[in-house]
Design a protein around this ligand. Structure first.
Ligand SMILES: [Zn+2]
Length: 288
């Protein structure tokens, strides 16, 4: 199956009251793990690259080729969107050209008027090629690729103006944070989520920083209009933990345990299991 834009299956998720995972990838094996989990669960999925991860992998063209070729070689039958996560204006345009089927233009650190103007331009160029667009209003706390947000609740008037640009899904702060959640985290601001959802209509909302939000809060957010949940940190954590366990058990020193195909296998099994579990949490099993 070719790559699909995110708009259609996220619209279906919004209407159906379930969520779809946006899982960040970092390399070839990571991508295989996400695709294998999505196929096993018969779930639609977004595979996401941050600007930093794409650079690490050798550029957007490499990311595109890897995802597209794995979909073919693994006989993936579920809908897959390739998405740019937190892209700046230039990179969003580059990904549209390369063949990504979904892009996030993150102008949240720009003056609001500039964020809106650039969003309009990205939407026009993306939609001309059937590519979906996510934009962000306000900033989401934590650190991602060096962009630090102070953490805030998105301004509802700004949300409305951003949705009016024609974007396909909206990222808005509702108390969520990138990276690990601190002990004293107050939880998601459901009153604010409800107020945003009431004002912006039925556009799918995006929950960034999905790693570490308890199951009950994620499912409540989904029931209130969140349709895309981003997961990154948790996959990194389970990969590292499984790899640490393998090495600490001395398995890399037994026979050919140093072979990367063996050394990295527990980590990638851990990612596959995590992605499958998150698909269950979000309710998108058998929705592909
Ligand atoms: Zn994010």
């Amino acid at each position: 199956m070719p790559l699909v834009s995110g708009a259609e299956f996220l619209k279906a998720a919004r209407e159906g009251g379930y969520g779809v995972g946006g899982f960040n990838t970092n390399n070839l094996e990571w991508t295989k793990s996400i695709l294998a989990a999505a196929e096993a669960k018969k779930a639609p999925v977004l595979i996401q690259t941050s600007m930093g991860a794409a650079k690490y992998m050798g550029g957007y063209q490499v990311c595109y080729d890897i995802v597209k070729d794995l979909i073919d070689s693994m006989n993936i039958t579920v809908p897959v969107a390739l998405h740019l996560d937190h892209g700046d204006y230039e990179d969003a345009l580059e990904c549209i050209e390369v063949g990504y089927s979904s892009v996030m233009f993150d102008g949240s650190h720009l003056p609001f008027e500039e964020n809106i103007e650039k969003a309009k331009d990205v939407v026009a160029k993306a939609h001309a090629k059937g590519v979906s667009v996510e934009c962000e209003v306000g900033s989401i706390g934590g650190e991602e690729d060096g962009i630090i947000g102070s953490g805030e609740l998105a301004d509802i008037e700004e949300c409305k103006q951003m949705v009016a640009t024609g974007i396909d899904y909206l990222a808005c702060g509702i108390g969520n944070i990138h990276g690990s959640y601190p002990e004293n985290w107050a939880g998601l601001a459901f009153d604010h989520l409800q107020a945003i959802a009431k004002e912006v209509g039925d556009i799918p909302l995006v929950l960034h920083g999905g790693s570490g939000i308890p199951l009950d809060q994620i499912q409540k957010a989904i029931s209130m209009g969140v349709s895309k949940i981003n997961v990154n940190t948790e996959a990194q954590e389970v990969f590292a933990a499984a790899t640490r366990k393998y090495i600490e058990a001395g398995k890399d020193l037994e026979g050919k345990g140093f072979d990367p195909r063996k050394l990295l296998a527990p980590g990638f099994t851990a990612i596959t299991e995590l992605v499958e579990q998150r698909i269950e949490w979000f309710g998108s099993t058998n929705k592909g």
